[in-house]
Design a protein around this ligand. Structure first.
Ligand code: IPM
Ligand code: MN
Length: 362
């Protein structure tokens, strides 16, 4: 499939549970901003997820990856189904797409929007505004390992973290470039978060690569934190951080900490990015499929709408992306009572409508 210029080709995968509800609001906002900003997009919907798996026994049908490669971006709702064992859909859909589409950057902005409550006492939107760049294809996620003497008293299990020079260098380089472009007026700082005092092989490779790449970015402060200390600083002094670059597993953990600092799973969004020319990237709200809220029109669509903002920014429409982000903050700052499902003061569809209305004034 040939990607057309002047039009974004988007594959929507609404997925399970409340995924379709939040995806519908995200697309509603996309449609509104496209007409205001005069760009075109095409959306094709795919029914991948738990229901399809239970019906057909397959998660991604033959040829799905090749087909998806023809899109600029995937907009994902949620994966996770109460009747499917944990791990099956996560590995078979989410991780499969990340690996097969070589989405080697996992971009997680930790931004406290106007009007959103954080559990950190005395901290506000000016303090909580940093970005985590998580490597997305290696480390403990690579699936290398096995059992010996399974289910016996002598059982052995291994799970190997794999790091390659190519894998960490492309991520670190992207993070330096991102930090440079972000151009924080308070100073450009990229913090490598790892555990070089214990992981003296794998994280030594990361550390050396980080130092090497840093020489190409003299205007970016090349900083280092151990991951355990980083967790303390994220809580005590989140304003310290500008951009963090980290390994896949540590990135998974610290971005949930980041998500709660920014108001929780109803707000936090992530991008799985293949930055190479012609790459297909995937954008998703962090919250799960929330089966107990399905179909009630109470789930928070802000994270899914934030995923659209990121999609636009990353696919070459930064002005439109910024406009969506601004509109979101009008709604969180002046309308919504809470970011928790059922306590927003509005329904899911009403929050989507409010963001659409706010776009006009942004
Ligand atoms: C995330 C999620 C996934 C991960 C799970 C669902 C496989 O926690 O996107 O952070 O571990 O990467
Ligand atoms: Mn996670």
């Amino acid at each position: 499939m040939v990607k057309q210029k002047n039009s974004i080709k988007i594959a929507a995968v609404p997925g399970d549970g409340t995924g379709p509800e939040v995806t519908a609001e995200a697309i509603k906002v996309l449609q509104a901003v496209a007409s205001l900003e005069n760009f075109r997009y095409e959306i094709e919907e795919f029914d991948y997820g738990g229901d399809r798996y239970l019906r057909t026994g397959e998660i991604l049908p033959e040829g799905a990856i090749e087909k998806l490669k023809g899109f600029d971006a995937i907009l994902l709702g949620a994966v996770g189904h109460p009747d499917v064992a944990p791990g099956i859909l996560e590995k078979g859909l989410l991780l499969e797409l990340r690996f097969q589409l070589d989405q080697y950057i996992n971009l997680r902005p930790v931004k406290l929007y106007a009007g959103v409550e954080t559990p950190l006492a005395g901290k506000g939107p000016e303090d909580i505004d940093f970005v985590v760049v998580r490597e997305n294809t290696e480390d403990l996620y690579c699936g290398v390992g096995g059992f010996l003497k399974k289910n016996t008293p002598d059982e052995v299990a291994t799970q190997t973290a794999v790091y390659t020079r190519k894998g960490c260098e492309r991520c670190i380089r992207w993070a330096f470039e991102f930090t440079k472009q972000r151009n924080n007026p308070e100073g450009k700082r990229l913090t490598l978060v790892a555990k070089t005092n214990v992981l003296t092989f794998g994280h030594d490779l990361w550390y050396r690569t980080f130092q090497d790449v840093a020489t190409d970015y003299p205007d970016v402060e090349a900083d280092y934190n151990h991951v355990d200390a980083c967790c303390m600083w994220m809580v005590k002094n989140p304003e310290y951080y500008d951009v963090i670059v980290t390994t896949n597993m540590f990135g998974d953990i610290i971005t949930d900490l980041g998500a709660i600092l920014q108001g929780g799973m109803g707000v936090a969004a992530g991008g799985n990015i293949n930055p190479e020319p012609g790459g297909c990237s995937m954008f998703e709200p962090m919250g799960g499929s929330a089966p107990k809220y399905t179909g009630q029109n109470v789930i928070n669509p802000i994270a899914a709408i934030s995923a659209v903002a990121m999609l636009l920014e990353q696919t070459g429409y930064p002005k439109a992306g910024k406009r969506v982000l601004d509109a979101i903050q009008v709604v969180t700052g002046t309308k919504m009572k809470s970011q928790s499902a059922g306590r927003m003061g509005y329904s899911t569809t009403e929050v989507g409508d409010l963001v659409v209305d706010a776009l006009a004034q942004c």
